[in-house]
Design a protein around this ligand. Structure first.
Ligand SMILES: *Cc1c(COP(=O)(O)O)cnc(C)c1O
Length: 375
């Protein structure tokens, strides 16, 4: 059986968890949490990193930090996970969906400006499959209209964007805020887990307060105040040291994990090229401004029928590819709540995108042979 995903363990996870447990400090913000946060800050140029219990929670923190209120509008792609939208809907925002690009599920940055109104508060680009959105265009719009940019970088660890000025920046280091996921389906994992990145320093103090249930506990432990109390809204957003210990074992192996995933990705790409062409299937395209972190290998099939056929054929061999999002603009919950209902490119990805198995220990040749033999 070849599953869609199999979480990869580096071997040190249980050892570090044992260390965390034996240290007697197993709640959040201990040594492993700080090691992980420092790793991200120093390797990716993030101003401040805070581990969270999930990317969903990091997005919710972002919505609180930029003071989203009833009636505010937030622009995002429709081809994304529910959490991207829920975080803002929970605070009363109305979601305005931008269409995907023709050749990639990422939102088409050239279509954003037409969606901006006096109520627009933020743009939330989702770097689908770890491939950068056009952040030059998005950041220019944010400056022009005084908007916040929250990157949904859930899938985008160790991926980069090169701007017009030639500088290469890590995804998650560009927007005012960014959210990452360490869910077991992502490249680097901790079971459930995530991270909020704060690049605009005006948000750092308040982010720590919201993270610590609305208290100034972090300042207290640094000795900046002599007692701590309730100073703002907040929730329980920080993970335990057990989760951070697991994540640390993964981070120590990040380079190797990324190397293996990239090799697998390239193997799919090279060995499926002719087959894809013959069958009018598009392989993933990486824009010149983006890098590939090999989070995902997807096919854009020529029709929903072709996709169903491929899924059935692979399943008959016990290999399990999966399609992805049912676009949010056509979801039962939000269908009647938004204005711009026509998103043709998004609909195409909903119907035709197929994700192939991609994980560290994948027997890729078997999957490739199965695909090449489909009649
Ligand atoms: C995985 C994912 C999320 C949610 O991440 P969790 O850590 O499971 O909350 C949000 N947005 C996108 C684009 C994702 O891929």
């Amino acid at each position: 059986m070849i599953p869609f995903n199999k979480p990869y363990l580096t071997g040190k996870e249980t050892q570090y968890i044992e260390e965390a447990v034996k240290s007697g400090k197993i709640s959040g913000n201990g040594i492993f949490t700080q090691k992980c946060q420092q790793f991200f800050e120093s390797n990716y140029g993030f101003k401040k990193a805070l581990l969270t219990t999930s990317c969903t929670d990091a997005l919710e923190m972002a919505a609180i930090l930029i003071n989203i209120k009833e009636g505010d509008e937030v622009i995002m792609p429709s081809y994304t996970f529910v959490s991207t939208a829920n975080a803002f809907v929970l605070r009363g925002a109305k979601i305005v969906f931008a269409d995907s690009m023709m050749n990639h599920p990422n939102m088409d940055a050239t279509k954003i400006e037409a969606l901006i109104t006096s109520k627009t508060k933020a743009i939330v680009p989702v770097h689908y499959a770890g491939v950068a959105c056009d952040m030059d265009v998005i950041m220019d719009l944010a400056r022009k209209y005084d908007l916040f940019v929250v990157e949904d970088a859930a899938q985008a660890i160790d991926s980069y964007f090169t701007g017009k000025d030639g500088t290469k920046k890590a995804l998650g280091s560009i927007g005012h805020l960014a959210a990452f996921s360490f869910h077991e389906t992502k490249n680097i994992i901790s079971g459930e887990g995530g991270m909020l990145v704060i690049n605009d320093k005006q948000f750092i103090n308040r982010a720590e307060i919201i993270w610590e249930k609305g208290t100034n506990r972090s300042s207290f432990f640094r000795g900046e105040v002599d007692k701590y109390g309730w100073v703002d809204i907040g929730s329980s957003f920080l993970p335990s040291e057990i989760v951070a210990a697991f994540l640390w074992a993964q981070l120590e192996n990040l380079e190797n994990i990324q190397k293996v995933r990239n090799q697998l990705w390239r193997e799919y790409y090279l060995k499926l090229a002719d087959w894809a062409k013959e069958n009018e299937i598009e392989l993933p395209q990486i824009p010149s401004y983006a890098t590939n972190n090999a989070h995902m290998f997807f096919l854009k099939c020529k029709s929903i029928e072709q996709r169903t056929h491929i899924i059935n054929k692979l399943k008959s061999k016990d290999t399990h590819p999966v399609f992805h999002y049912i676009s949010l603009h056509s979801s039962p919950f939000y269908l009647d709540k938004h204005d711009n209902r026509v998103l043709p490119n998004t609909d195409v990805f909903t119907n035709t995108l197929l994700r192939l198995p991609l994980f560290y220990e994948l027997d890729i040749q078997t999957v490739i042979n199965q695909l090449l033999n489909i009649k």
